[in-house]
Design a protein around this ligand. Structure first.
Ligand SMILES: Cc1cc2nc3c(=O)[nH]c(=O)nc-3n(C[C@H](O)[C@H](O)[C@H](O)COP(=O)(O)OP(=O)(O)OC[C@H]3O[C@@H](n4cnc5c(N)ncnc54)[C@H](O)[C@@H]3O)c2cc1C
Length: 449
């Protein structure tokens, strides 16, 4: 990291007020955190969820990542979508759909994905968490960790009310950035030897003539070659369009499209290290500028978009990858390529390796198959009473480019909560819990294996 030093271990909380003392603390209210907090509370544990924004959803909502990927098998046979991931993911999916917050599956290359409404995503999370009895602290950020040697005892939080402590018997780090793990000094890696996938600023456009748009673009959300050709040609006319293969989704609202097109790097062309606020700031500003360039391109070159306007962007630039923990086990690239199934697997992943690096994202499909993620990829190699859920799991670079999508993040949260409940009930450390036993409880909860 440039300039910012992370040093937040605290062994003595001094005079800080203790605002909660719970069985399970969940840090982060993205897909993984919402699942983890709901499942742990439904199992009868006292649960606090801490989220720095005023709403849940993380990359899916603040980053407006558009769709729930990772539910369906990819195939060369143009057939009906075959769903292979259930459990908490399907509970959330169906509640969101019941509110009208999810489109029908849309074609994405050889698979399908459904676009979600970011406001209804928030509301669905509010409903599940409240019904489960989770105590939520929005607008509260974790800034430090309470440690007793290697044992996690809770966190230090900050809000505009000041600094305080939350004590917890078990902590689930669902921050996406491994915020707790990093503050505790446990090992993590940063992309591929420091190289991470590029961020993207999402945006929505309204007032689209959908019939004319679909007639031109087709029903695959990955752009047809003629759009790529038009982007390349427009670049020569001084448009700033660094990415030439883009995705466009219909939303749940009439006449509206969600656009995944930008590719954010520094003004000097460098990779942005978005864990550092200096680079994150540059990503936001460059992102907004690039959104206008792509919106202008759509209006001038894509039929049906002539009178479109930008409705909004993500609340923040979408961050695909920052820290990945060094786990007791690691999801390997070879596990993905071999579609490896395993007795300690806690989630199926049928999503391709979708690597955003360079001017065209690279896709490696897993046809008619999936792999499974090992339980111990959620457990940091050092530290006790701590487990992670979500995109900061232990995974090699290309493997993470597949395993990070939303359907899977829900199930990682589900798995982490099941393990936390087991650990609380019989005192077994996370690292000694049998992944097969976690899988069995998840199956009883409706997950598919
Ligand atoms: C540009 C982009 C496009 C994508 N497209 C898709 C797609 O189309 N479909 C799909 O399924 N997936 C997509 N993804 C991936 C998917 O959105 C994410 O990987 C997934 O949502 C991550 O969920 P998570 O719960 O692990 O973490 P996050 O969603 O990142 O949630 C972490 C939460 O923790 C909070 N937090 C972080 N630090 C702290 C702290 N110190 N204190 C308190 N709170 C904290 C954050 O505010 C956030 O709410 C995309 C991602 C990006 C960036």
């Amino acid at each position: 990291m440039q300039g910012w030093k992370l040093d937040a271990r605290l062994s003595d909380e001094g005079d800080l007020p203790v605002i909660a003392d719970v069985d399970v603390l969940v840090v982060g209210g993205g897909a993984a955190g919402v699942a983890a907090a709901t499942v742990a509370a439904e199992a009868g544990k006292s649960v606090v969820l801490v989220e720095k924004y005023g709403f849940c959803g993380g990359a899916a909502v603040a980053g407006m990542s558009a769709t729930i990927c990772g539910l369906y098998l990819a195939t060369d046979r143009r057939s009906q979508p075959e769903q292979v991931v259930y459990g908490f993911t399907d509970r959330f999916r169906s509640r969101l759909a019941a509110r009208g917050g999810l489109t029908k599956p849309q074609v994405y290359g050889k698979t399908w994905t459904s676009a979600h409404d970011p406001l209804m995503w928030r509301e669905t999370a509010d409903e599940l968490l409240q019904q489960a009895g989770v105590r939520i602290f929005f607008h509260t950020a974790v800034t430090g960790v309470l440690m007793d040697g290697a044992v996690h005892r809770g966190v230090v939080v900050e809000s505009n009310a000041g600094r305080a402590v939350i004590r917890a018997a078990r902590t689930i780090d669902a921050s996406g950035d491994a915020a707790v793990v990093a503050r505790a000094g446990h090992r993590y890696v940063f992309g591929d030897n420091g190289k991470i996938q590029n961020p993207t600023m999402f945006f929505r456009v309204g007032n689209v003539d959908m019939d004319r748009f679909l007639d031109f673009y087709g029903d695959d959300t990955i752009c047809p070659p003629k759009v790529t050709d038009a982007i390349v040609a427009a670049r020569a006319r001084h448009y700033d369009l660094p990415r030439q293969k883009i995705w466009i989704f219909q939303t749940t609202r009439p006449h509206e499209l969600m656009v995944n097109a930008t590719r954010l790097s520094g003004r000097d062309g460098r990779m942005l290290n978005v864990i550092d606020p200096v680079d994150f700031t540059e990503a936001e500003i460059v992102g907004r500028e690039q959104v206008r360039q792509y919106a202008r391109f759509l209006a001038e070159h894509v039929p049906g978009c002539e009178n479109s306007y930008v409705v909004d962007t993500g609340v923040e630039a979408g961050i695909r990858q920052t820290r990945s923990i060094v786990g007791v086990d690691t999801l390997r690239n070879s596990d993905v390529l071999a579609a490896r199934k395993r007795g300690d697997g806690i989630c199926r992943v049928p999503w391709p390796i979708e690597l955003h690096d360079g001017d065209r994202p690279k896709l490696h499909w897993l046809l008619d198959d999936y792999y499974e993620v090992p339980y111990l990829a959620l457990v940091p190699e050092s530290g006790e009473n701590i487990i992670v859920a979500g995109r900061c799991l232990s995974a090699e670079h290309e493997a993470l480019a597949s395993a990070r999508v939303t359907a899977q993040c829900f199930e990682y949260g589900h798995a982490a909560a099941v393990a936390a409940v087991m650990s609380l009930d019989d005192g077994t450390p996370f690292r000694k819990i049998d992944g097969g036993a976690v899988r069995a409880v998840m199956a009883a909860n409706g997950s598919a294996f």
